[in-house]
Design a protein around this ligand. Structure first.
Ligand SMILES: Cc1cc2nc3c(=O)[nH]c(=O)nc-3n(C[C@H](O)[C@H](O)[C@H](O)COP(=O)(O)OP(=O)(O)OC[C@H]3O[C@@H](n4cnc5c(N)ncnc54)[C@H](O)[C@@H]3O)c2cc1C
Length: 381
């Protein structure tokens, strides 16, 4: 089956969806509301399942070239700098760290430029017969299928799933920045009620994030970098050094939210993908990874099924249970990692210290196997 699609949103999910459609011989128009296509200045890691999805989308090689092996999950530290567990010298890592803009660019470069329209905000959507119409400025655009990859505050989700609650805050907030620095190793420092992530992302840039418990959402500071410094005062090197090497105006501060389960990711010929379907806590580093998986599964379903409703029902069957499970796991992990309870912090670090460093990579891979071991459906070459 072939056809034409409108993809709403030009983030990682939307571009991956467009790429998947391209792989199966469909045409697509990507509508992105911002004036310029680009990703915010922060970092992210990608796991083996995401790399397999990128492989199927035909851009794994470019993604590997843009990423940097990330050992942070094997270098757990206490605020004093003491290693709770340490990556083995020369050890491989299943994870790659990226500047988000670099991963976004890999996808963007693979999508035909004429498919993408910026400054194009979708405000309404309606379906009749075998067609979907979206309103975008003064224009109405029609397609056989609409893929809504418009993020956690999805307009399409609000319009077509009006009964579904919006983003939910569970008590986590996060500051992120990019520092100019060389020779820094990836690490994760576990404090009580907060953690500090350090991730080299190549070309002399290091992504950092301070995740913390927050009693209420929307608390903002005049000087966000100063607030990070205050929270991580006395924490080990290179944390103060990275904060000194960060432009204060480029520090991002967001509250973490996720989206509750839906009874279907499809309504008629409109399908949700990425954060619009299943926004999740970042603590399993799976939000974008799952959007890449979505894109491959959607393309495979469209290539194989006899018609669009059958394809969307196959996509929904395969994606909803998996992503909704990960949303729940990520929330539990996120709340645990910023728990300020002294006893749970003590027990957590004590348990981690009991694991010999040499056993960490194997244990992590085993614990995360249900997520990391995902095998993509094959897209036609
Ligand atoms: C702190 C943090 C750390 C993270 N770390 C990781 C990680 O390490 N690994 C990982 O895999 N994931 C991570 N994630 C998750 C990841 O960032 C998201 O899951 C992913 O970016 C979602 O992509 P998306 O394309 O679905 O949505 P978005 O990136 O939100 O893109 C949606 C796009 O749609 C556009 N849009 C919205 N409404 C409209 C409209 N009406 N019309 C047209 N365009 C519209 C927006 O402008 C935007 O460009 C992290 C998230 C956070 C918050």
């Amino acid at each position: 089956m072939s056809g034409s699609a409108i993809v709403i949103g030009g983030g990682i999910g939307g571009l991956a969806a467009a790429l998947g459609l391209r792989r199966i011989g469909w045409g697509a128009t990507v509508l992105e509301r911002t004036a310029e296509l680009g990703e915010i200045g922060a970092g992210m890691s990608q796991s083996p399942n995401a790399l397999r999805a990128l492989e199927e989308l035909g851009v794994a090689e470019q993604a590997r070239a843009a990423g940097v092996p990330f050992h942070g999950v094997f270098n757990l530290r206490a605020p004093s700098g003491d290693y709770i567990t340490r990556a083995l010298p020369g050890g491989a890592s299943p994870l790659l760290g990226f500047h988000r803009a670099d991963l976004h660019r890999v996808l963007m470069d693979a999508v035909p430029a004429q498919w993408v329209r910026t400054g194009a905000e979708v405000t309404a959507i309606r379906q009749s017969g075998g067609e979907v119409t979206v309103s975008c400025g003064d224009e109405e655009l029609r397609a056989d299928l609409v893929v809504a990859a418009d993020g956690v505050r999805s307009t399409v989700r609000r319009l077509l799933w009006p009964e579904a609650p919006g983003p939910r805050f569970w008590g986590n907030t996060i500051w992120r920045g990019i520092a100019k620095a060389e020779g820094i190793e990836g690490s994760m420092t576990l404090g009580r009620g907060q953690y500090f992530l350090v991730m080299p992302v190549g070309r002399g840039r290091v992504y950092w994030a301070l995740g913390a418990h927050a009693g209420r959402p929307a608390v903002r500071y005049d000087d966000e970098l100063a607030e990070v410094r205050r929270r991580a005062r006395d924490w080990h090197d290179p944390i103060p050094r990275l904060l000194d090497a960060t432009a204060p105006e480029a520090v991002l501060h967001h509250d973490i939210t996720d989206l509750g389960p839906l009874d279907s990711y499809a309504r008629g010929r409109v399908v949700l993908l990425g954060d619009a379907a299943h926004a999740m806590h970042p603590d399993m580093a799976q939000g974008a990874a799952q959007s890449l998986e979505d894109a491959v599964v959607l393309a495979a379903a469209l290539a194989e099924a006899g018609d669009i409703p059958a394809a969307l029902s196959r996509y929904d069957e395969q994606r909803r249970p998996r992503t909704q499970t990960i949303v729940k796991q990520a929330r539990t992990k996120g709340r645990g990692s910023t728990s300020s309870n002294a006893v749970s912090y003590y027990l957590r670090t004590l348990t981690l210290r009991m694991v010999p460093s040499s056993r960490w990579p194997g244990l992590a891979a085993r614990a995360l196997a249900p997520v990391w071991d995902w095998t993509p459906p094959r897209l036609p070459r």
